[in-house]
Design a protein around this ligand. Structure first.
Ligand code: A2P
Length: 357
């Protein structure tokens, strides 16, 4: 069987990686459709060396499509994915639009591939920071149990999209020219105030909740519980997060502190476990200054883990450093990987009671 695949948001930072990852994937592609806003309609992109003209994303554009890979923003997904499902397409959505819906599986294939079997037309791809943390922590949870996670993120500018990334590079130039820097996009395009990101750190990703957490932090907490325990509020795993935007182009870093149920575990045990874990590359040799870095993770599908060490005052507690390409495992690769698993398991079919938002 061959599939007609639509990429929604094909011209964006994630969209261009979705095209590349689909080119390299095992999915038998009959035809591709590249969809974006009206502004991009008519623009020429390529797929496996052949030209493809970008079309405006409308409900009718999904007619005849089997599989949709979406990354054009939450509002666009909310509006268009139910239309695609109605027309018989299975959608893998990289936005946060449907992640917390009970009918929508939230999947990191290394962790909860099984959830795909109950999909009703839409599957959600988790937040970029959540995904790489899941890849690193799930083998530990499986073997030793997990009581608590405390994470601080160092998130690259590209996570905010192509135009945000270009804005940060322009700010850097302005700073180097000794001109006054003015924030135009960060921390959040739609929020009231803007600050420069170049040569700065912004402890705000997404908007703030009533309780003082940013929505990105909220996502890391609740997505973790949904992916690991199939319950977005599961009390048995304590999770808290601080999310910070840093002036890095590509690649999110995370300082992850975690406590295992088994208090006899050693850093050597954890390293042994992660050495062979799916999707993980262990880079942990401090004597030789070997540790994960965004510049070296860029363009790779794996999640890189290092600096694994015990909190000597709290048995069963550890620190580690986790880095991954936020546009690949954090977005495009995880999305295409989900699509590959859907294809392998013959799940590219909309059931009789589809989820329509
Ligand atoms: P366009 O390039 O035509 O604006 P990024 O995450 O890098 O900001 O990319 C966002 C992606 O979503 C782009 O491909 C963008 O297309 C697309 N997009 C934005 N708004 C819409 C819309 N209303 N309908 C369809 N696609 C959209």
């Amino acid at each position: 069987k061959e599939y007609t695949v639509a990429i929604l948001g094909a011209t964006g930072a994630v969209g261009t990686r979705l095209i590349e990852q689909l080119e390299q994937s095992t999915i038998p592609v009959k035809k591709v459709k590249f969809l974006a806003s009206k502004r991009s309609a008519g623009k020429e992109l390529t797929f496996k060396g052949k030209p493809v003209i970008v079309e405006e994303a409308t409900p009718e554009a999904f007619t005849g499509v089997d599989l949709v890979l979406a990354s054009a923003g939450g509002g666009v997904s909310k509006k268009l994915l139910p239309e695609a499902v109605k027309r018989g397409a299975v959608c893998v959505d990289n936005t946060s639009a449907f992640r917390m819906e009970p009918e929508v599986p939230l999947v990191v294939p290394e962790v909860n591939e099984k959830a795909l079997f109950s999909h009703r037309g839409i599957v959600s791809n988790p937040n970029c920071s959540t995904i790489q943390m899941m890849v690193a922590l799930e083998p530990i949870r499986q073997k030793y149990g997990l009581d608590q996670i405390i994470v601080s993120t160092y998130q690259a500018a590209s996570g905010a999209g192509q135009s945000a990334l270009e804005q940060m590079l322009a700010e850097a130039q302005v700073y180097l020219n000794n001109e006054p820097m003015e924030g135009k996009v960060f921390p959040v395009k739609g929020d009231k105030k803007h600050y420069p990101l170049a040569f700065n750190l912004l402890p705000q990703i997404d908007v703030f909740e009533e309780d003082g957490y940013s929505h990105e932090e909220w996502k890391m907490i609740h997505e973790t519980k949904k992916i690991m325990l199939d319950d977005m509020d599961a009390p048995e795993l304590k999770v808290t997060a601080t999310c910070v935007r840093v002036p890095v182009v590509i690649g999110h870093g995370e300082s992850v502190y975690f406590t295992t149920k088994d208090q006899t575990v050693t850093p050597t045990d954890i390293k042994e476990l992660l050495k062979d874990a799916p999707g993980v590359t262990l880079q942990d040799d401090p004597k030789n200054q070997v540790y994960p870095q965004p510049l070296m993770a860029e363009g790779k599908r794996d999640t890189f883990v290092g600096r694994i060490r015990a909190d000597k005052e709290n048995p069963g507690s550890f620190n580690m450093w986790v880095v991954s390409d936020n546009l690949l495992k954090g977005a495009a690769w995880n999305t295409v990987q989900i699509a590959e698993r859907l294809v392998e398991n013959d799940l590219v079919r909309v059931p009789e009671d589809p989820y329509l938002g």
